[in-house]
Ligand binder design. Structure first.
Ligand code: AOF
Ligand code: ZN
Length: 346
């Protein structure tokens, strides 16, 4: 049997949901009869049908289901959530063979879907391309297993390793990267559930923290503003994009979609923020600066990936970029910018 080939297809299908399934995982499914794919589907959006439902619905001749194999990159669910259990649907259609990528870490499922299928008499294989299935849903697994969001650090540094030059007050921010790199960052923003920055970044750059240069969802903005330095004139306080301010300011004035969160400061700030984001159900966050914020998470060893651009400019002096060791996942160029992607050593 070509189990790996079909599971590979499930992974490809699942990726179509990147950025739109939160808080749900990315899941793909294919149905195979007589060594031919007769149905395919993926989970597109939380609240909507699961991958298996879409795959089963796409099969024209339903009578073939009782002689088929269904492949699914994550264990079919066993619970009534926003939708009914997929394991029941598979049993209902009498699909005799089920090949699963990996077990669902969600406490509501966690093996119960596989158990249900086996008890019904289905032949269930678990762990097909498991490593790839875990990697695909690294955000979802980090959230459920480690009770914190998946954390991506992102920054751009000059050729000589500075985050920013020594600037005088009124001076405009200096762009280190080119327009293509900036567009890629906007794509990344559509893929994560939240984006986080510290106070100094807002004061220096007045960023919007949205995904305006790419088609897709805007992340939830998380802004650290301990003493309330960020006035309502800044972009992060404008617009409809949901925004949370981590602040100690008691008289924080909420503007449209901007909510304060006050009970966080003290020791272990990175841990506390991660815990807060977990409680809010946020599965992934991209941290885009500044130095102090990045350093807080690096020192706490609370990061999973880093994406570092190196531009051509030489600043000679200014704010030194953080240093980080990790496993190199990718080293590439975007026109004249270098891009280094790291993973934290386990
Ligand atoms: C599957 N297939 O395609 C997905 C699953 O609120 P609900 O009903 O959408 O359930 C969400 C949970 O179901 C989610 O946390 C995860 O455990 C599982 N997701 N399961 O069988 C799918 N997306
Ligand atoms: Zn399901």
């Amino acid at each position: 049997m070509n189990h790996e080939k079909y599971m590979q297809r499930c992974l490809e299908l699942a990726k179509n949901g990147l950025g739109t399934t939160y808080p749900n995982p990315l899941v793909g499914s294919v149905i195979v009869f007589d060594n031919k794919i007769i149905g395919e589907g993926w989970h597109q959006k939380a609240g909507e049908s699961h991958a298996e439902v879409n795959a089963i619905n796409s099969v024209k001749d339903k009578s073939l289901l009782s002689k088929s194999t269904i492949y699914v990159s994550l264990e079919p669910c066993s619970h009534f959530g926003k939708t009914p259990p997929c394991s029941d649907l598979i049993i209902h259609h009498k699909i005799p063979n089920v090949v699963v990528g990996t077990v669902d870490p969600n406490e509501k499922v966690a093996g119960k879907g596989i158990e249900k299928l086996r008890q019904s008499g289905a032949n269930v294989i678990v762990g097909m391309l498991e490593k790839q299935c875990l990697e695909l849903n690294r955000r979802f697994f980090t959230f459920h297993n480690q009770k914190r969001p998946y954390i991506i650090l992102k920054w751009a540094e000059s050729a000589d390793g500075f985050l920013s030059p020594q600037i005088k007050k009124e001076q405009k921010p200096v762009w280190i990267t080119n327009a293509y790199s900036r567009q890629l960052v906007h794509k990344w923003r559509t893929e994560e559930q939240a984006i986080l920055v510290g106070t100094n970044t807002v004061l220096a750059d007045n960023p919007q923290l949205n995904s305006r240069d790419w088609k897709g969802n805007n992340p939830i903005r998380i802004v650290i503003d301990r003493t309330g330095k960020i006035s309502n004139n800044y972009e992060v306080k404008k617009g409809k994009q949901p925004t949370i301010f981590i602040t100690e300011k008691e008289n924080f004035v909420s503007v449209e979609n901007c909510k304060p969160e006050t009970s966080i400061f003290g020791n272990q700030l990175a841990e506390k923020i991660s815990h807060f984001l977990f409680q809010k159900g946020i599965q992934s966050v991209i941290i885009e600066g500044g130095l102090q914020t990045l350093q807080t998470f690096i020192e706490a060893n609370l990061w999973d990936e880093a994406r570092i651009f190196k531009g051509n400019l030489l600043f000679q002096q200014g704010t030194k970029a953080p240093t980080l060791t990790g496993e190199t996942v990718k080293r590439t160029t975007i026109l004249n910018d270098e891009l280094l992607m790291l993973k934290r050593y386990d």
